[in-house]
Design a protein around this ligand. Structure first.
Ligand SMILES: [Zn+2]
Length: 250
């Protein structure tokens, strides 16, 4: 079994769409690059990456009826500890929950405003924001988008967690590309580079149309991107849109 036999259905060097309020799962082989485009300049893309098992182990363990779990994933808390940056800067290596490199941020044509602090939106979040529970449960959300994209685009070959392990879907903390969450110190201590506490707020993206980021895979991985459907706070300028991406040929 070659390493590309489980490729997701996104041909290289072609611009593909992340539909508004929806998601995609894209396989990247080691050294392959991915461009994520904020087409209209106002859209957050929740971004995850999962280490894919070695092809050798796949060939011995996978059948058409099994789903391979993906327990090793891009971790924002581990990446912050490694880079000492609140969100990645060009040249930074992003790491997993095992502190192993998974992706490098190659370039960023935005002002560099991304978020690593805020959880992906989920059904519980919309239950808080929408008084009608049925309406809240019908609202698209990034956590469900994550699981749906992996299932659809890999033919259920993989899953972040086996669906039977929890009644409620969860997700690793995402890298929220293009998401503007200003961090404002509440208490400044003069002449000392520390602050006591800080205030967060949800604000529209600071990003021009077509601005993009480029990643390179350090290992074979599965990237999932959700065009966040959040329309109850300002992170998508109250109007979720599509975004685009290109998987570059190796
Ligand atoms: Zn979202």
């Amino acid at each position: 079994m070659s390493s590309s036999s489980n490729a997701t259905p996104y041909a290289p060097n072609i611009q593909h769409t992340i539909p508004a309020r929806s998601s995609v799962a894209v396989r990247l082989d080691k050294t392959q690059r991915l461009t994520v485009i904020n087409t209209h300049g106002t859209q957050v893309v929740d971004f995850w990456a999962f280490v894919l098992p070695e092809p050798e182990s796949l060939s011995t363990t996978r059948t058409h009826t099994t789903t391979t779990p993906l327990p090793i994933h891009l971790s924002m808390s581990h990446t912050r500890a490694s880079t000492l940056h609140l969100s990645p800067l060009p040249g930074d290596t992003l790491v997993t929950n095992l502190r192993e490199p998974i992706l490098q941020l190659i370039s960023d044509s935005t002002p560099g405003v991304h978020d690593t602090l805020i959880a992906a939106c989920d059904r519980a979040r919309y239950r808080q924001l929408i008084s009608n529970a049925a309406e809240a449960d019908q609202h698209a959300n990034c956590v469900d988008n994550l699981h749906a994209a992996i299932a659809r685009d890999t033919g259920s070959a993989y899953a972040f967690q086996p669906a039977t392990t929890t009644a409620v879907a969860t997700a690793p903390d995402p890298l929220n590309l293009f998401m503007n969450i200003p961090v404002t110190p509440l208490t400044l201590i003069p002449d000392v580079p520390v602050s006591g506490g800080a205030q967060l707020s949800f604000e529209p993206p600071r990003c021009g149309p077509g601005a993009n980021v480029v990643f390179e895979a350090v290992v074979d991985c599965l990237v999932v991107m959700s065009a966040c459907p959040q329309d109850r706070v300002k992170v998508n300028n109250m109007a979720p849109t599509e975004a685009h991406f290109i998987v570059h040929r190796r």
